[in-house]
Design a protein around this ligand. Structure first.
Ligand SMILES: Cc1cc2nc3c(=O)[nH]c(=O)nc-3n(C[C@H](O)[C@H](O)[C@H](O)COP(=O)(O)OP(=O)(O)OC[C@H]3O[C@@H](n4cnc5c(N)ncnc54)[C@H](O)[C@@H]3O)c2cc1C
Length: 390
């Protein structure tokens, strides 16, 4: 029987994994294995998921698990989101963009939306009718988000939005996009506002190319163009204009931790796959695992992944109790994504030439892992933030 990525580290169950979180993990893993994995190759080739899979994920409780039940969610916490993201990583369908939808986009609406906005959008996000994206990055503004140029000008009870965004996850499928705009460019960061664009209801919105990436092929990533897009002023998130930067900063710990979730889950899967492979594959008359180099490599990787998992569990514990500070969240994003890159790279080496072949999952993991050190704030930016706390 194949080694189970969820148990490869042999750690005791952490406190944050309550019975319902464990049940959700099992349910999500079963759904992803039975419904998504068989079609995953097709999505990788098409470089996009289909909407039907989002709907099915909604029907099976995989969307908006941490949103309150009154808004169509399952009333869980980040622990529940973590269970789903870990299942995605362990099953190996990393391109399914529901982590961003669930634990980045929906929380903005929950935390800053009016009652009316929450009732309007969250139940449709929970069903998969609305697919979420967040558009911060522009061709001229990535790490330095203060440089955002997309402008939202008031025009009676509407905003007129003009500008362009790039590298937007779920950008081809999304029909609810939180757009980072400048409502008052003279005020810099204090003139930044988050405005929701429901793309099915506006004119002047265009999607550019589905960008050709080296990994995460099945997760569409796009350019977006806003040409005089008119949305009601009631689509502003928060009571007043100019709150956008503060809102972004407040949500960063969860966004960064979530990248850590993907990282630790993939590291565990890489280890599990590699342990199985080196037991089967033979060279010089013995199994690859019998070489001391293989044992030492895997011993180091298992140790470091265990350290990573213990740190991750501690971060989740702190986060669900409201105490994960931005610096620790930056450490989690930086260190766990570096760990993921190292584990996947060294595991691939143990597969030899087969590791370089796309038909072996480890090859895809190698490509998929790379972006984790770049998006969500590059690891250099993480170190800058950690450095400021010294
Ligand atoms: C697959 C993918 C999906 C993405 N999804 C989204 C999304 O959904 N929404 C969204 O808004 N964005 C998204 N992004 C954008 C991502 O967040 C940015 O690419 C990232 O923040 C870096 O910005 P940049 O690409 O402009 O790089 P730059 O900011 O140009 O950085 C280039 C290099 O300079 C370094 N650097 C920059 N500033 C400093 C500094 N002060 N000190 C030291 N080094 C520095 C960086 O670390 C990096 O190595 C995505 C990107 C990718 C690749």
């Amino acid at each position: 029987m194949a080694t189970d990525p969820a148990s490869v580290l042999e750690l005791p169950k952490p406190r944050w994994v309550s019975d319902d979180v464990a049940m959700l993990y099992d349910m999500a893993a079963r759904f992803l294995t039975e419904e998504i994995a068989p079609k995953y190759e097709e999505f990788e080739k098409a470089e996009i998921f289909d909407r039907a899979s989002w709907r099915k994920a909604g029907e099976n409780g995989l969307l908006c698990a941490s949103m309150p039940e009154e808004y169509g969610g399952s009333g869980g916490t980040f622990a529940h989101e973590s269970a789903i993201i870990e299942a995605i990583g362990h099953v190996g369908v990393d391109g399914f963009g529901i982590a961003l939808h669930n634990s980045i986009v929906a929380p903005y609406i929950l935390h800053y939306g009016s009652e009316e906005q929450k009732k309007k959008w969250l139940p449709r996000m929970a069903s998969g009718e609305l697919i979420g994206a967040i558009a911060m990055t522009e061709p001229g503004a990535g790490s330095d988000l203060q440089g955002v140029k997309t402008r939202a000008e008031r025009d009676g009870n509407h905003y007129r939005i003009n500008g362009s965004k790039t590298f937007i996850t779920n950008g081809q499928l999304a029909n609810l996009i939180i757009v980072v705009t400048k409502t008052d460019p003279a005020k810099g960061a204090k003139g930044t506002s988050l405005i929701v664009v429901e793309t099915d209801e506006v004119t002047g919105f265009e999607r550019g190319r589905n960008l050709d990436k080296i990994g995460l092929k099945s997760n569409d990533t796009s350019e977006l163009f806003f040409n005089d897009v008119r949305v009601p002023t009631s689509n502003l998130l928060g009571h007043d204009e100019g709150q956008g930067f503060v809102q972004l900063m407040q949500q960063l710990p969860q966004e960064r931790l979530q990248i850590g979730t993907t990282a630790i889950a993939m590291a565990e899967r890489a280890l599990a796959l590699t342990i199985d492979y080196v037991k089967e594959r033979k060279a010089f008359g013995k199994a690859i695992i019998d070489f001391q180099n293989t044992q030492f490599t895997l011993a180091e990787l298992k140790t470091e992944t265990t350290i990573g998992r213990v740190f991750y569990n501690n971060c989740v514990e702190r986060h669900i109790n409201g105490g994960l500070d931005p610096v620790t969240a930056s450490m989690a994003k930086y260190w766990l994504s570096e760990l993921q890159g190292k584990v996947v790279d060294q595991c691939l080496q143990l597969f030899g030439g087969y590791g370089y072949m796309n038909e072996y999952p480890i090859a895809r993991m190698y490509r998929d892992a790379r972006v984790q050190r770049i998006y969500g704030g590059t690891n250099e930016i993480m170190k800058l933030l950690i450095g400021r706390s010294l």
